[in-house]
Ligand binder design. Structure first.
Ligand code: UT7
Length: 329
């Protein structure tokens, strides 16, 4: 039996507390003008004290399950992309598994920082195609505010908190080698990469084994920027080539929201219209693994992304890690 992954629902959640650029200018030496011009960010949401990554993930997951009409008891897999887990162990995903009332199957976290959602989607798609999972939740959830150095204006203005989720269901009938394969609704292909030689240019300064503390984000911004533009262009072209599709076939680019200038550069290299790019960076800032499912959910619920639309998702983050996923909604 040839299985493939159908995307049957999505959901997202943002915490209540809003922090504008002007609010930040009262904390560090920055301005709305600098942040808007260099990044496209206007505001971000910050988790309340005591509000954990699992709390954000649960809200997004419940909305995605509701959208899909799937009960938590029907799930047999949760993969949660996060770099800000509730505890060192066990995985935030197993806490969620218990909270949702899912008793069977498996749940685990996946660490690929800002590429976490693409990586999680890739792992889930592989497991679905291998017949190892039938109904899965793929989540990106982060409380990035907990690992920011609020005195470092070069990083603290960039990130926000939030969560997004999709429900994936195994379908059968269209095998990898069938001619109309790229017309099927669901994941067409995923592509993931990493290069640990660049691990120091975007890093959290602590860890269980090294310092016993979580640490804070340190970034060589310009260098990361340069790698992002090159790696994202390469992986997007790789995804299109793998499906015999051209950039003109894409209905929506749903990118990781790190910097509007990075998104613009990928868009221009692909020759895509600006109105085909889902932009949420102005409102959400960089929510790491949560940014793609947050943007996807926004565009599905406001009616931009319609059934049958071809959606290209891409991300790059610490590792360096990067990847893309091509799907028909
Ligand atoms: O999601 C994971 C992947 N992450 C990314 O893809 C992020 C990639 N990098 C970036 O988005 C950009 O490099 C940043 C937005 C982080 C920085 O933009 P930039 O244009 O590369 O600025 P820069 O770091 O070269 O800094 C330019 C100037 C510096 O001042 P001098 O040395 O020219 O006097 C900084 O000190 O801007 C200064 N600066 C700020 N000024 C006001 C840095 N941060 C701020 C700030 N407010 N928040």
């Amino acid at each position: 039996m040839a299985y493939y992954s159908r995307l049957v629902g999505c959901g997202s959640y943002l915490p209540e507390k809003l922090l504008t650029n002007d609010d930040l200018a009262k904390i560090v030496d920055t301005s709305d003008e600098w942040i808007s011009e260099r990044t496209g960010i206007k505001q971000r949401y910050i988790a309340a004290e005591g509000q954990l990554t699992s709390d954000l993930a649960r809200e997004a997951a419940l909305k995605a399950l509701d959208y899909a009409g799937v009960k938590a008891s029907d799930l047999d897999l949760i993969v949660l992309g996060t770099t800000t887990p509730d505890d060192t162990f066990p995985a935030t995903a197993v806490k969620l598994q218990a909270q949702l009332g899912m008793t069977g199957g498996a749940a685990f976290d996946l660490q690929a920082v800002c590429s976490g959602f693409i990586y999680a989607l890739s792992v889930v798609d592989s497991m679905v195609r291998a017949g190892q999972a039938k109904t899965a939740l793929v989540i990106g959830a982060e409380t990035m505010s907990r690992i920011l150095d609020w005195e470092d204006r070069g990083t603290c203005v960039l990130f926000g908190d939030g969560a997004g989720a999709v429900v994936v269901r195994a379908e059968n009938g269209i095998g990898e080698n069938e001619p109309r394969r790229n017309l099927r609704r669901g994941i067409l292909s995923t592509h993931i990469h990493s290069d640990g030689n660049y691990r120091d240019i975007l890093i959290c300064s602590g860890g269980v084994s090294s310092t016993g503390q979580a640490g804070v984000i340190k970034m060589a911004g310009k260098e990361v920027f340069r790698h992002a533009v090159n790696n994202l262009t390469d992986v997007v072209l790789e995804a299109l080539a793998a499906n015999n599709l051209a950039a003109a076939d894409i209905d929506w680019l749903v990118p990781h929201q790190a910097n509007q200038r990075i998104l613009e550069s990928t868009r221009r290299k692909l020759g895509l219209d600006a109105n085909k790019v889902v932009l949420t960076i102005d409102k959400h800032a960089n929510t790491s693994a949560a940014s793609i499912p947050l943007a996807l959910d926004t565009a599905v619920r406001d009616g931009r992304i319609q059934e049958g639309d071809l959606v290209l998702m891409e991300a790059m983050g610490g590792g360096l890690t990067w990847g893309a996923a091509l799907a028909r909604w």
